[in-house]
Write a protein that binds this ligand. Structure first.
Ligand code: ASN
Ligand code: ZN
Length: 331
């Protein structure tokens, strides 16, 4: 765990502690020395002119978007949790496992309704959303973007076709795992993506993992044309796989959210718990998947990972195979 010296008043996660450091000319800067020097910058409505967040005291933001520091607190907190999760749960020391932190930029452009990871700057960037009042800086969005960096540094799944869907799903899967692990009282774990940022204006999340087709576009299970659709929709079956593997099929309530997950073959799936499911996915990603891995190969990769971690004759292994059958990927 890193050292948090700052107090942040975030928009989506309440009051949190964040890693900061003393500024060279007094005050404090949003640079986290205990997590690879990760720094958070203000783009102030531009697309490239960045300044490091500085403050006379070590208390940041006020929970409202009128305060420019608030979105920075959320984004820094998300990056911090993601760093801590990979380190504490998977023994990974930063995105490249070399202890080097990325950096974060907030207030990108104007009315920009997206967030993104970029390998070339080794940084993640967040827009402020529609009318600049819904910054895309929730825990799950931050964890999603930073996980794109981890995927690039490991399997490096090509961002198109089935591998692109698996790349996207890896970001959603690890984001869900991180949100659960963080257990922030204002933003408890769920199998929804972007439920806090009101991206559609009606309070609905961006994506649903129990039944991805609830968004009107994502697929619930594999079919031969999956590689021809947008990667944010071909991620659906793998997101669904992670839900089934974690929680099992059918109706269930977790942290107050109701889910109802169907299977492609109509047969029930028993969940193995989200910690085991995340361990299997992470090991598959970092040990067995390659840039061209497709759904069939991802199944094999996770089964190899399950065999390594739990044994090839384990119930966990069998349930992993059953979960893939539940999204129409079989031997
Ligand atoms: N927010 C999007 C994502 O991380 C940006 C993109 O389309 N790559 O998937
Ligand atoms: Zn993504």
């Amino acid at each position: 765990q890193g050292i948090e010296t700052g107090v942040g008043n975030s928009r989506y996660s309440g009051q949190v502690t964040i890693g900061t450091s003393p500024g060279a000319s007094g005050g404090f800067v949003m640079t986290d020395p205990s997590r690879g020097g990760h720094s958070t910058y203000d783009l102030n409505g531009t697309t490239s002119t960045k300044s490091l967040f500085t403050n006379p005291t070590d208390t940041w933001g006020d929970g409202t978007v009128a305060n420019r520091q608030t979105a920075a607190v959320d984004a820094a907190y998300g990056a911090q949790l993601t760093w801590d999760y990979y380190k504490n749960v998977h023994g990974r020391n930063g995105i490249k496992d070399d202890g080097v932190g990325a950096y974060t930029r907030v207030h990108y452009s104007k009315n920009y309704v997206n967030a993104f990871w970029d390998d070339s700057c080794f940084c993640m960037t967040y827009g402020d959303g529609t009318n600049n009042v819904n910054p895309l800086t929730s825990i799950d969005v931050g964890a999603h973007e930073m996980t794109h960096g981890v995927t690039s540094a490991t399997a490096d799944l090509i961002y198109s076709g089935e591998s692109g869907g698996l790349n996207e799903a890896t970001s959603d899967i690890m984001a869900a795992a991180i949100e659960f692990w963080a257990n922030n009282p204002e933003d408890k774990g769920d199998y929804l993506v972007g439920e806090k940022i009101n991206i559609r204006g009606d309070g609905s999340p961006l994506r649903y993992m129990d039944k991805p087709s609830k968004d009107g576009k994502s697929r619930d299970s594999w079919s031969a044309d999956l590689g021809s659709i947008d990667v944010h929709y071909s991620s659906g079956p793998a997101n669904h796989l992670f839900y089934l593997l974690s929680e099992g099929s059918g109706a269930k309530t977790v942290n107050g959210v109701n889910y109802d997950s169907p299977t492609a073959d109509g047969l029930p799936v028993t969940g193995i718990g989200r910690e085991a499911a995340a361990k299997i996915w992470y090991r598959a990603l970092t040990t067995y998947m390659t840039s061209s891995t497709n759904y069939a190969a991802a199944r094999v990769a996770t089964l190899q990972a399950a065999a390594d971690l739990y044994g090839a004759n384990s119930v966990t292994y069998m349930n992993t195979a059953n979960a893939w059958a539940g999204i129409n990927v079989g031997p």
